[in-house]
Design a protein. Structure first.
Length: 99
């Protein structure tokens, strides 16, 4: 069911066409990653990998995550992005990437 909704926000991996990752209509990229971690979806799964890459691409040089192309960067967005990545096995990638 979660995979069936991966284009519902207008783009792939539960994002919007302008790459917003926190839109909850019907589910956001971040929420999808958290659900997939609870369901123990393998890290190699194409949808999990694609969603994780979108989140990694939001990482700023100072470690914060910008989950929308414009607007304020909130610490709660960074925390949920880090949790979503780490719960899916991306802790090392997160530490070694731009974040």
């Amino acid at each position: 069911m979660i995979l069936a909704a991966r284009h519902a926000n207008g783009a792939d991996f539960w994002a919007t066409p302008d790459r917003k990752l926190g839109i909850e209509r019907p589910i956001s990229t971040l929420t999808a990653l958290l659900i997939m971690s609870a369901l123990k979806v393998p890290r190699e799964h194409e949808a999990l990998h694609g969603a994780a890459q979108l989140v990694l691409d939001t990482c700023q040089s100072d470690g914060r995550a910008r989950i929308a192309p414009k607007g304020t960067i909130y610490s709660c967005h960074t925390a949920i992005a880090a949790a979503a990545l780490c719960r899916n096995g991306y802790a090392t990638t997160l530490m070694c990437n731009r974040c």
